[in-house]
Design a protein around this ligand. Sequence first.
Ligand code: PEP
Ligand code: MN
Length: 277
Amino acid sequence: MEELSVSSALKLVVRGTRQDTVINIGDVKVGGNKIVVIAGPCTVEGREQLLETAHSVKNSGASMLRGGAFKPRTLPYSFQGLGEEGLKLLAEAREETGLPIVTEVMSPQDVKTIEKYADVLQIGARNMQNFSLLKDVGKIEKPILLKRGLSAIINEWMGSAEYILNGGNNNVILCERGIRSFNRLTRFTLDIASVPIIKKVSHLPIIVDPSHAMGRRDLVIPMAKAAIAAGADGLIVEVHSEPEKALCDGPQQLRLNDFRRLMEELDTVANAIGRSL
Ligand code: PEP
Ligand code: MN
């Protein structure tokens, strides 16, 4: 069989003879034996919503908290996020729960501000090839969660990671979040195959986002299990205390008790493949 290979021009992200990269975020390790679950609302909407969700996901076993303060919305009329006020609420939630925070940076001009508050800076799917942004986050030390572009092939995604490593920041976590296909029943098509492919060709950790991939909460748990069974190092999952009232992505956000069930059911899957939650 032909060797599975990515572009020969890639230098830093390719596995070569390298061991798996393990990224340390406080006490959390991404890329080790333990599965990492990042959970929280799509968007920070207010103190009560964020803190209630944060405490609940922590009690269910999440290891990091997600929440967008700067949101990449398809339309300019939609809620754009609370900006720095949202970052302050995330910092407060970290203070209360001890969970490190993951939040999106959309623009080079916001890197400094977001770096002050976040433990991990997320580059969203829509910015995967924002090369100015990639160069700028390559110069910082905090870990970067690099989502796959909506229609990006693996070589392009790896090229974007290469930009960050080339800038000097080796702490990149890849995130498969679904790609466009002809199927309209789900929001995107989760490319589960990218997980074992990335594991083969790269030393970087990879996690999966079943929430944005599916766009509907009833399919999130099965795809989360499939991702872990396929070898993903973790998950990023949207959870909301009252998804019916969410200002963004309501239909795909798990309820607090759904997330608890996900964690219970995931434990069995993790154990079956010799990993732990
Ligand atoms: C998000 O995680 O909030 C998000 C917007 O995801 P994506 O960039 O994958 O669409
Ligand atoms: Mn979302």
